[in-house]
Write a protein that binds this ligand. Structure first.
Ligand SMILES: *[C@@H]1O[C@H](CO)[C@@H](O)[C@H](O)[C@H]1NC(C)=O
Ligand SMILES: *[C@@H]1O[C@H](CO)[C@@H](O)[C@H](O)[C@H]1NC(C)=O
Ligand SMILES: *[C@@H]1O[C@H](CO)[C@@H](O)[C@H](O)[C@H]1NC(C)=O
Length: 685
């Protein structure tokens, strides 16, 4: 059957038959109780936002459930494919069978029933080989499989010439076992292998055509969906929300269809590494691979947990009648500003009692479902799932190693801050040898430390905030974007395309409500790239502008790849680019822009600047590491329910030297008080 016919049939059927699996945030209504029951999770492709460390989405002020960045919107980015982590033995066996004349030679076929039929038809794209080459031929080496997880598949130059004319090394039919085996065979066998290899080339070509077809459809489906989400986020009303919901459902159905179409193609017989990876990614269904009833439970549990988290309010310290303090903005502000030990203890403890503790049982159920989803994606557990995205079989070990490299710096910072806090709170509160109490570091989770007032090494030598100068010099949002663009162009990167300037929303519109969370958008058509940001003329937003533009730079640079490759090469990559770029917005750079007049070229200013960065970036690492290692330990069943909270504090102390301000027990569930746990989104990126 024709691919497109199948597709539209499928879409038509699924729109009627499928239970909606999609969860969409409610537009704010005045009826609050109704709203709390209607909490939904929106999955939104191709929109990158800046606030990956935000405690909670900014748009929460509207009570809309928008996550703070793309992979959060996607939900757990489960990767696809078979047990890829330690595949060596299986793969090699299969490879031997393929080369062995006594084994089943018909092994090599794509089990897809209608695959041959479909791929034999000619597709328009076919006619232009150059075009294909352009789209598929220029994939950067980063798409290669470089480590031992796929040893047998690497294009290994040393073998290339031995294949002589029978092989086009482009196809990547290179495998040393295969080769060695063949080498020992007689002429007949060589002839047979040549035949077989011809067949493989033919099948590979068919697969290539299928993927080209999928790619075109994938891009256009993506464009439709992204456009609908854009219309909603930049013009929030019932009509645009409904359209966004419909578009999202359609896109999910499409991706599910692709999953069903590709899941049974046996990747063991694909030797072209680009095709292999495309297929691997297409086969990634995440939780959607769960059977309908389990998927429904999965979504409901997450929604229930988010209801607890988002609905949590506490009473103000010693003001039992003022009881509607939310994390944002109230508790966040108290954590940043208050230096009252007892008030901070109260807020810290109460937030965990209200936001974390009640979801303990739900979380336990969610762990099992998440592991089930992993198994449906052919992973042994969800920890393997999550970490597979990083294309490393030793991801946990590598994280640990990187942390060991940073640890000496962290220990210095930790010791310095402890001394400063001891001076401020007194030796009875801060022991010179003990871990730091989590509640006095200026953040609800101690994930960044906002206590510069107590700790800045050279008080008075900071030019950290150039907001007043920006305003005095007449900066506006457009100018901020133009200056940031120049910054990229000065490094030989792209200027923004005209469509960017024509369609982006750089300021909050006055005539309609929008979701202000800054985000960068790829409309999946190679032309349309936008930013949506309610830019204020502030130093902070100036940095964010650079961060968002870095996403667009990345979009522009991978725009000629197949759709499935148009994403960060791993979950950390997109934001890492923006973060790396913004590290360059040094006092010196600001001076170059004329935003700092006085000389800042001395050690005091340097140290202050670096210290400020460290209090944001370096101290965040042990938090993120502990959180994800904690979850991994639970997914792998190393830690059971009776140790959930204890293990959390063990890891917080082990990595960060942080302890709770008051005694905790297994009646508590402190990790749950952090958004990423109830939302079940990965944190390692
Ligand atoms: C998982 O493995 C089974 C058995 O090998 C296979 O039938 C199924 O298609 C695989 N699923 C995916 C998503 O790769
Ligand atoms: C906002 O959405 C409404 C409903 O679809 C539409 O009538 C209106 O023109 C939109 N406004 C803008 C500025 O796009
Ligand atoms: C600037 O980028 C172009 C390609 O975008 C490249 O050809 C050129 O060599 C680069 N120039 C420098 C100075 O790096």
């Amino acid at each position: 059957m024709n691919f497109k016919v199948t597709l539209s049939l499928f879409l038509a059927i699924s729109l009627v038959n499928c239970d909606p699996q999609l969860d969409i945030p409610n537009v704010q209504t005045t009826d609050e109780s109704k709203e709390k029951n209607g909490i939904k999770v929106l999955v939104l492709p191709n929109s990158y936002t800046n606030d990956k460390f935000d405690d909670q989405p900014k748009s929460d002020s509207n009570n809309n459930r928008f996550d703070s960045d793309r992979s959060q919107r996607y939900g757990p980015p489960y990767s696809s494919n078979e047990n890829d982590e330690y595949p060596q033995n299986i793969r090699d066996n299969e490879r031997l069978r393929y080369g062995d004349p006594n084994s089943n030679r018909d092994n090599f076929k794509f089990p897809q029933n209608d695959f041959n039929e479909r791929s034999q038809q000619s597709y328009p794209v076919n006619n232009n080989n150059n075009n294909n080459e352009q789209r598929y031929g220029n994939v950067e080496p980063r798409y290669r499989y470089e480590n031992n997880q796929r040893n047998g598949y690497n294009v290994n130059e040393q073998y290339d010439d031995r294949y002589g004319n029978n092989f086009n090394s482009n196809y990547g039919f290179v495998n040393n076992q295969n080769y060695n085996y063949n080498n020992n065979y007689n002429d007949y066998q060589n002839l047979y292998d040549i035949e077989n290899e011809k067949r493989i080339r033919l099948e590979t070509e068919k697969l290539r055509q299928l993927l080209i077809e999928i790619d075109k459809k994938h891009s256009s489906e993506c464009t439709l969906n992204v456009a609908a989400q854009w219309n909603f986020e930049t013009n929030v009303n019932e009509a645009t929300q409904l359209e966004a919901l419909t578009a999202q459902q359609r896109y999910s159905d499409f991706m599910r269809y692709i999953f069903d179409q590709t899941k049974s193609i046996d990747q063991n017989y694909i030797f072209d590494e680009k095709l292999y990876r495309q297929l691997k990614l297409l086969k990634s269904a995440g939780p959607a691979a769960l059977p309908a009833d389990q998927l429904d439970r999965y979504n409901r549990i997450i929604n229930d947990m988010l209801t607890i988290y988002n609905g949590a309010t506490i009473c103000a310290y010693e003001q039992p009648f003022q009881c509607s303090l939310r994390l944002q903005p109230h508790l966040r502000d108290i954590m940043v500003k208050s230096r009252d030990w007892d008030e901070l203890t109260w807020v810290w403890t109460e937030w965990r009692r209200k936001a974390g503790k009640p979801m303990r049982d739900l979380f336990e159920q969610l762990v099992d479902l998440t592991n089930d989803a992993a198994k449906y994606n052919n992973f042994s557990n969800a920890a393997d799932y999550f970490s597979s995205q990083f294309d490393s079989p030793n991801f946990r070990y590598e994280m640990e190693n990187v942390w060991q490299e940073i640890l000496p710096l962290y220990e210095l910072i930790h010791a310095y801050v402890r001394r400063k806090l001891r001076e401020f709170y007194g030796p009875d509160k801060i022991n010179r040898n003990a871990p730091l109490p989590a509640h006095i570091l200026g953040n609800m989770y101690a994930q960044t430390w906002n206590i510069l007032d107590l700790t800045i090494p050279y008080p008075g030598r900071t030019y950290l905030d150039v907001t007043p100068t920006m305003r005095a010099q007449g900066y506006n949002p457009l100018i901020m974007f133009q200056i940031a663009e120049e910054f990229f162009v000065s490094m030989n990167m792209s200027a923004m395309p005209p469509e960017f300037w024509a369609h982006s929303i750089l300021e909050e519109p006055v005539d309609r409500p929008i979701l202000c969370q800054p985000s960068a958008w790829d409309f999946c058509n190679g032309i349309d790239y936008r930013i949506k940001m309610c830019t204020d003329v502030t130093h902070k937003d100036f940095i964010t502008v650079h961060h968002e533009l870095a996403h667009i730079q990345y979009f522009l640079n991978y725009r000629n790849n197949p759709k499935i490759f148009r994403d960060g090469s791993n979950p950390g990559f997109h934001d890492a680019i923006g973060d790396a770029i913004t590290l360059s917005l040094t006092p010196k750079h600001l001076q170059g822009l004329g935003l700092i007049q006085k000389s800042v070229d001395d050690t005091a200013h340097d140290i202050n600047f670096l210290f400020t960065l460290a209090m944001d970036k370096v101290v965040f690492l042990p938090y993120a590491l502990a959180l994800e290692q904690w979850r991994y330990d639970i997914y792998t069943k190393k830690i059971r329910k009776e140790q959930f909270n204890c293990h959390w504090w063990l890891l917080r102390e082990q990595y960060g030297g942080i302890k709770p301000p008051v005694l905790r027990s297994e009646f508590d569930f402190d990790p749950g008080a952090k958004y990423h746990i109830p939302a079940n989104v990965p944190y390692m990126k």
